[in-house]
Design a protein around this ligand. Structure first.
Ligand code: C5P
Length: 241
């Protein structure tokens, strides 16, 4: 990719323009941050694993009629994707109570949430990603009431598909975050990534964490082994099921 075409640089990914106005290149870097960027490390093959894991998950979602930004894994670390106008909302689905939910509300850690909780946060570092409600999101012009309903129902459908997918490889999908954008025609499409950076994944048998929470809790030396484990189960074991 040509650095002159850099459109956007996030904390772990960079997006580049191409000759095709409807497509962008998404580069998964090895950077790992936590606490609004307060901690920053470079982690081995993170870009390699997350790009391939995201590609695989988006392919499975497409097979289940969820439209995604994914077009092609050009090489490990680099995806060709549809250009979207991203909606600055992080849609979080929770099947078990943990993380910020148990810090904010009196849930016991690990409690199964059925039906799952859907939460929307405003994606803005300066404001520390505050939780939204429908009227705040509408007042900020982030989305219409109908669009918010669409985001919620898409997130729940994605949760059903991914919970089953992870169950097949002995992983509990505890919670995850997704982001959506609009294509040139205004259709709402799943974008960004779904990876161990954006999900909490627990081994079904041991309940060991296999995701970025290890980094948040300072177990930096275990992070890449966990990502490799998810990569191996999803890219090798899953297709044998
Ligand atoms: O920290 P919290 O409990 O709110 O996180 C819920 C889920 O959303 C977790 O899976 C976490 O990895 C994901 N998340 C994310 N990006 C954020 C905040 C949360 O991917 N900025």
């Amino acid at each position: 990719v040509d650095s002159k075409n850099l459109l956007y640089e996030g904390k772990a990914k960079s997006v580049y323009g191409t000759e095709n106005p409807d497509e962008v290149i998404m580069e998964f870097r090895d950077d790992m941050t936590a606490g609004d960027g307060a901690r920053h490390e470079t982690m081995g093959k993170k870009g390699y694993y997350n790009s391939i894991i995201t590609s695989k998950i988006f392919e499975i979602l497409e097979e289940n009629d969820i439209k995604t930004q994914f077009l092609e894994l050009i090489k490990p670390g680099t995806l060709k994707t549809l250009k979207l106008d991203m909606i600055p909302i992080e849609v979080i689905v929770r099947n078990r109570a943990t993380g910020s939910l148990v810090r904010t509300y009196p849930f016991e850690d690990g409690t199964i949430l059925n039906p799952p909780i859907v939460q929307m946060d405003y994606k803005d570092d300066d404001f520390h990603d505050p939780m939204l409600n429908e009227t705040i999101a509408e007042a900020l012009n982030l989305a219409t009431k109908e669009e918010l309903e669409t985001l919620k129902s898409l997130a729940l459908k994605i949760n059903q598909i991914l919970s089953k997918m992870f169950e097949a490889i002995d992983i509990i999908l505890v919670d995850f975050k997704v982001e959506f954008g609009k294509d040139s025609k205004g259709n709402i499409i799943l974008g960004d990534e779904i990876s161990p950076d954006s999900c909490r994944l627990w081994d079904s048998k041991t309940l060991d964490m296999l995701d970025k929470e290890l980094f948040r809790q300072g177990h930096d030396d275990e992070v890449m082994n966990a990502y490799e484990e998810i990569y191996n189960r999803l890219l090798t074991d899953y297709d044998k099921k």
